[in-house]
Every structure is written in structure tokens, then in C-alpha cells.
Design a protein around this ligand. Structure first.
Ligand code: HEM
Length: 177
């Protein structure tokens, strides 16, 4: 376990945090807003899913790198939100964010295997007519909603610290001395 005497997260951790934020935002936006509207017969459908799978895989790799960094580099002391309950909530949301992202990656990989997506991507097999024929699709959909709710809480907490408690918490997840 790392010491807790530094003011900021490690710069590589900072890069990974914001890169993951961008990619997860993109994945949730495209997954909820674009993918359901493109029919399986549309020639663009395979390309969209292929990008989705590759970015999902990249998120999984970044997540592993981030967890390694989290436990091998020094990080700031736990933030104080002003009450024991909020401090507990903060820790729980962070843990659940990690767990939900692992859930998205594992269920995504489950669909990849069960639907034989490598054959779909190479054109050797047609696009599956309905991914709900594969059990991990249910977990992927439910987890995506939980992830969205957790992200809303996470962003809300960051804004609460920044503008109501005015403790400049965001600086801990940015570069500097
Ligand atoms: C952290 C990574 C990921 C995120 C945030 C994510 C997000 C999403 C979202 C939001 C949806 C729509 C869910 C719904 O509204 O029910 C979706 C669908 C889907 N995702 Fe992911 N995903 C991730 C990783 C993956 C991976 C690695 C794969 C591997 C192939 C994958 C394959 C799929 C498939 C096959 C669908 C269903 C498409 C359909 O029903 O037509 N996802 N994803």
C-alpha cells in the first residue's frame, strides 16, 4: 500500500484517469445513443461494433494499468467531504466504478466469445440478429445503467468539492508540483 503524503496523483495516473473518462463517455454515448439506431443489415454496423470492442479492450488495459499505479505510487490522503457518511459514499462510489468497468469489459468479452465476433469482424460470419440471445448482453446493458448513475454521482461529488466546499479537489487529479 502506498503512503498518503502527496498532494496529487501520479502524472501517469492523471493521464489515464482523463483518458478513461473520455473513452468511457464516448462508449456510453455511442452505446446508448448510436448503436441501437443502426440496423444489423447496415454495412456500417460491423465497423461501429468493431471500434466499440477495440475501445472497450483499451479501457480494460487502461483499467489494469491504473489499478497497478493506484497501489504502487503515492497518492493523496482520502478526501474529506465534511461528513462520515459522505466520506463512506465517496469510497463506495470509487470501488463500484472500478467494479462496473470490470463488469462492462468482462461482459463485453463474453459477448465477443459467444457471438464469435472475430469471425463477424473478418466477414466470415453474418452480424448477429440479436445480441440478447447471449446472456452477457443482459449484464452489459444493466451494468451500463449502473455505470451511468455512478458517473453522475462521481461528477456531482467533484463539483460539490470544487464549488461548494471550495477545496480545489480537482487539482489532485491534475498536473503540478
Ligand atoms: C468499459 C467498456 C465498455 C463500455 C463502457 C460499453 C458500453 C456499452 C453500452 C452503453 C452499450 C449499450 C447497452 C444498452 O443500452 O443496453 C453497449 C452494447 C454492446 N457492447 Fe459494449 N461497452 C464496453 C465494452 C465492450 C467490449 C469489450 C465489447 C466486446 C465486443 C462490447 C460489445 C458490445 C456489444 C456486442 C453490445 C450490444 C450491441 C447490440 O445490442 O447491438 N462492449 N456497450
Amino acid at each position: 500500500m502506498s503512503e498518503t503524503t502527496t498532494k496529487r496523483y501520479h502524472p501517469v495516473h492523471v493521464v489515464i484517469h482523463w483518458l478513461m473518462a473520455l473513452l468511457v463517455f464516448l462508449m456510453l454515448g455511442v452505446g446508448k445513443g448510436v448503436m441501437p439506431g443502426v440496423s444489423p443489415e447496415d454495412p456500417q454496423k460491423v465497423g461501429i461494433l468493431q471500434s466499440h470492442a477495440y475501445i472497450g479492450g483499451a479501457i480494460a488495459v487502461l483499467l489494469v494499468a491504473r489499478l497497478v499505479l493506484r497501489y504502487t505510487t503515492r497518492r493523496p490522503a482520502p478526501a474529506d467531504a465534511g461528513s462520515a457518511f459522505l466520506n463512506f459514499l465517496g469510497k463506495a462510489v470509487h470501488l463500484l466504478l472500478y467494479l462496473m468497468l470490470i463488469g462492462m469489459a468482462v461482459s463485453g468479452f463474453g459477448m465477443f466469445q459467444q457471438a464469435n465476433l472475430s469471425a463477424v469482424f473478418s466477414g466470415a460470419q453474418p452480424y448477429p440478429s440479436n445480441f440478447f440471445d447471449f446472456l452477457p448482453r443482459i449484464g452489459h446493458g444493466l451494468t451500463s445503467w449502473l455505470l451511468l448513475a455512478l458517473i453522475a454521482l462521481h461528477v456531482g461529488a467533484a463539483l460539490f468539492h470544487q464549488f461548494i466546499r471550495k477545496d480545489n479537489l480537482l487539482a489532485r487529479m491534475w498536473f503540478g508540483k
